[in-house]
Design a protein around this ligand. Sequence first.
Ligand code: TRP
Length: 458
Amino acid sequence: MSESDQKRRVSLHGQWSSHLAFVLAVSGSAVGLGNIWKFPYIAGVNGGGAFVLVYLVCVFAIGLPIMMSEILMGRRGRRNPVATMALLGEEEGGTRHWGIVGVIGVAAGFFILSYYSVIAGWVVAYIFEGASGAFEGADTDQVGQIFSRISGSWIVTGFWHTLFMTLTVFVVAKGVEKGLERAVRILMPALIGMLLLLLVYSMIAGDFARGLAFLFEPKFSELTGSGVLVALGHAFFTLSVGMGAVMAYGAYLPAESSIGATSVAVVIADTAIAIVAGLVIFPIVFANGLDPAAGPGLIFQSLPLAFGQLPGGSIVASVFFLLLSFAAWTSAISLMEPAVVWLVERQEGLPRYVAASVVGVLIWLLGFLTVFSTNVLSEFTFFKGTFFENIDFVTSNIVLPIGGLAIVVFAGWVMSANSTADELDPSVGIGYRLWRLSARFIAPIAVLFIFLNAVGVL
Ligand code: TRP
């Protein structure tokens, strides 16, 4: 037994039943509203092509190495992210203050989930809109009215937000290992299948050439410093990195699983799904005279138009939004997990369901700032806009990149090469060297550069 194996501590909690279970959990976390709702909406607002290019570069050059860092730290610490950061900080850098990074992550998860749950609530509402036949033959105006009816009422939006949070708390209370695995294994392929079906529709009935050009023809004149920051922020958001969610999952990872191969697979799948979603939505947008920069309502206004024209579209719509709800659900669970394990491991004897309920109620309450943002408080704007827009901007584009920066600097500079090589398995030599190059130089410098570049526009 090598020295490092002796160091490898006994986990405070269970392990994934298999390597596949871990891959599914991380993919379940990564694939969600970020891919299908947020990516098309922010690509549209930021002019398409050039933004997409920057996003892709950020995902692979910055997001991927950070994901690997989170998993390796999680597995080495085998605790909740706060305790893991403190413990590894002490072992590798002589100070427990690194725990602060975990605390910031827990807070980021609270704020992100507070609005994520509201958007997910709309998705759940659309399962029923679809089933009721409301999209059948609907035109652009009618589809817009459906969206306003839901988003314009705080009672309706608040109701679905409440339902979604309740379902999330329910799973987290039982422990993430159970249930999640089966849900992701069956439902994720189904969601991908539906997206491909819609892609065929978009190719036939949409303005596919224009959609393609919008997403892939980089017009650098359209790209602003804040657009670059949004692309960076979204790279973190879509991969679920920068706040310890993936670190929390890494804590349950069996010692023999390959971190590099897993991360590459998850990142490629996550990116492919976002691109397909874009390729579905923009041709529909252009063929129907919708505004690509319509904002957060984009998928809720474009997709129903497609469903309304498909044979059996009501059922297809209902199933699609059901699957998207599940994808959002598995992401939401990962946003809560760090806070809940932290509480459980801190307060000895505190049952998981109590921790999950307390965290859930706080996030649910905070969510009303977003619930009100599209109705009673829609005129109340400051800094980046409504409460929703500010919470989203600050968490995705400021807090996650700072959290990610701290994590990658820790893995690249504070941890010894021995420790990281031990976790990452340097047998794949070039992979390890690339990771270390990015963790030490590329990722930190890029994040700092993008921040400085955007300061002028903040
Ligand atoms: N990645 C998820 C999505 O794209 C959202 C998400 C889950 C997340 N966990 C996260 C974002 C942790 C940031 C941090 O929908």
